[in-house]
Design a protein around this ligand. Sequence first.
Ligand code: BES
Ligand code: ZN
Length: 630
Amino acid sequence: MLKQFTTCLSVAILITSCKSSDKPTTEAPTTKKEEVMHIIDPHSFAKTNDAVVKHLSWKANVDFATKTIQAEAVWTIEKKTNADKVIFDTRDLTIRQVTVNGGQTATYHLADTVSGQSFMGQALTVDIDSTVKTVTINYTTSPGAAALQWLNAQQTKDKKHPFLFTQSQAILCRTWIPTQDGPGTRFTFDATVQVPVGMMALMSAENPQQTATDGIYHFKMEQPIPSYLMSLAVGDLGFQSVGTETGVYAEKSFVAACAEELSDMQTMLEKAEQLYGKYQWGRYDVIVLPPSFPFGGMENPRITFATPTIIAGDKSLVALVAHELAHSWSGNLVTNATWNDFWLNEGFTVYFENRIMEAVYGKDYADMLQVLEYDGLVETVKDFGETNPDTHLKLKLEGRDPDEGVSDIAYNKGAFFLRLLESKVGRAKWDIFINAYFTSNAFKVMTTEAFVEYLNANLIAPNKAAYADVDINAWIYGPGIPSNITKPVSVRFDLVDAQVKKFNEGAAANTLVTTNWTTHEWLRFIYQLPDNTSLEKMGALDKQFKFTGTGNCEIADAWYELAIKAKYTAAYAEMDEFLNSVGRRKFLMPLYKAMINTGQGELAKSIYAKARPGYHYVAQNSLDELVGTK
Ligand code: BES
Ligand code: ZN
């Protein structure tokens, strides 16, 4: 099981040399300076080479009663040609009015959804002439908007106020803002947001630390960001600082525990800066969301969104914060051009996350994480099939939902590729290269092809002999796991494996030596147990280590997956409860999958029928397909 994220997607990108266009550009220092790239993003209707957005002024009213946002989006646009149209991506929006230049009536057209591609939404085309500088769109979101999850007060911890959060990546921003919704288009924004009095609103921007008495909040983001990084959270929130530039938001009764758990954030930020250069975004805060948040974390600029399942009580799951923080460089600063290049965001981030973890918690700790990543990768490749094109780093997601590209391939194959490159020249030279990569490409987009060019020019050419036996193309454009991957080893896991062996050979659970084991050692232990572990052995382990019902969600998830495979029904009531209280897709998918693959599909269906309304759209979408409710 391990980090099986789920699915896959495809974006065909077309790169043509185009001297006159100045957007989106990718410069490799050794190539002609004026040479820029014209990127076609198959997941956006916008023709950004004709007319592109530059700034958003957003006014919104967050209405919990109707579960809608009524908003006005004023887009400042830039024309690249004498184009007579600007095109936005929308999905499930009710467009009320479109005007230009602050009030002139405009002609617009909302296209039909393309059959079989409802995830793309509808193109909104607005006619413009040479005088048009701004386009104003008045609209209302739908109560079922895919990016938005509306929770009632009962679904929150403190149960006093409702809660709203967004999840825009990959192409869901268009369900709450009409936008040019490709990662290759960046814009600055300001916003004024009205929420019910007593609630706090946060965005990917400069944020308040106190509740406004009138429920009105103003935001400003001066660094240009792509729309997949747009975010909004509204709730009964408190704030606690954990360092000079870092802090935590959470529901009021939870904020102290979160701040305690995440107390190393400031150190992480400082170590990250020492590694790869100055943090470019001002403050770095984390909001810990309610448990239905479908991901572990989301790197919204200045305000990482995080699942509460990382609050384990012993700081053992904070690698997730290192990961989202690392995205402040890989992803938010240097951004994948299209979702086919997703590995550039996630592979670099898993690599960087591990470097931060090593710097803060030591090599032994980072080694454990690498072994778990490796095992997850092996499993994913086995699952997909070794020759499956979805095991290439560079994906082909055209015509598919980009969510299908989210797998261990982009994350872990990507990270191990970078580790291989590092190992050939050594860390000192490698770090200089990566530093320069982030600095010279800051606030730009990167295609896989441009990265290869940059790599060849700046690392491989000057160190030719060291890379003689590395086939870059096999890693990026080829399937499976190339044989020159460096298999990680962990001395701490070797000790765990010895205990597993002893147990499998008949030693009693209470004779196992597990002193000072952390979450990762427990995960390794559970993952190493055979699927057909006897009920007697499962019972003995449970009695000794109290896995069933544990509050550590990572351990719970690993244990319940084994319990399903071993048909250890004594854990099923708690497993059911877990699936009804946590909405993180990484936990849900392996459990439902295990039930389906072991002839327990009816159980999966009955649990899902109950749990589904509490899950976010993203999780529902994956599970509808798997469990078969659709
Ligand atoms: N950016 C991702 C989450 C994401 C990816 C959302 C693709 C939508 C589409 C985030 O940084 C991430 O990778 N989260 C992981 C964290 C883990 C690898 C530490 C998660 O949610 O589990
Ligand atoms: Zn990530």
